[in-house]
Design a binder for this molecule. Structure first.
Ligand code: SF4
Length: 93
């Protein structure tokens, strides 16, 4: 799973990759076993200058695993759901 993040970070299409604060960090921090702490990964993300770009990428590409942009899959799923609801509301009004 960390290979997904590395793949994205090494993609030439993304400008934010070079500034990723997680480069060189332990992959297990960002893709922890179920129930393991995500605190350290999130603290690395909080200091990352491209956190917003990373989070948006993960939301738009529906990344299913890992900490991206300082958020877990569950937290990102909430944002996706809220965006979908907001889009529905805009259609209705
Ligand atoms: S926000 Fe977190 S996961 Fe994303 S590039 Fe920065 S440090 Fe890495």
């Amino acid at each position: 799973m960390f290979s997904q993040l590395l793949e994205v970070l090494s993609s030439q299409e993304l400008a934010w990759q070079d500034l990723a604060n997680c480069r060189g960090a332990d992959p297990d921090l960002f893709f922890p076993e179920r129930g393991a702490s995500t605190r350290t990964a999130k603290s690395i993300c909080r200091e990352c200058s491209v956190q917003a770009d990373c989070l948006e990428f993960a939301i738009v590409s529906s990344e299913k695993f890992g900490i991206w942009g300082g958020m877990s899959e569950r937290e990102r799923r909430k944002i996706r759901r809220q965006r979908a609801l907001d889009a529905e509301r805009r259609k209705v009004s």
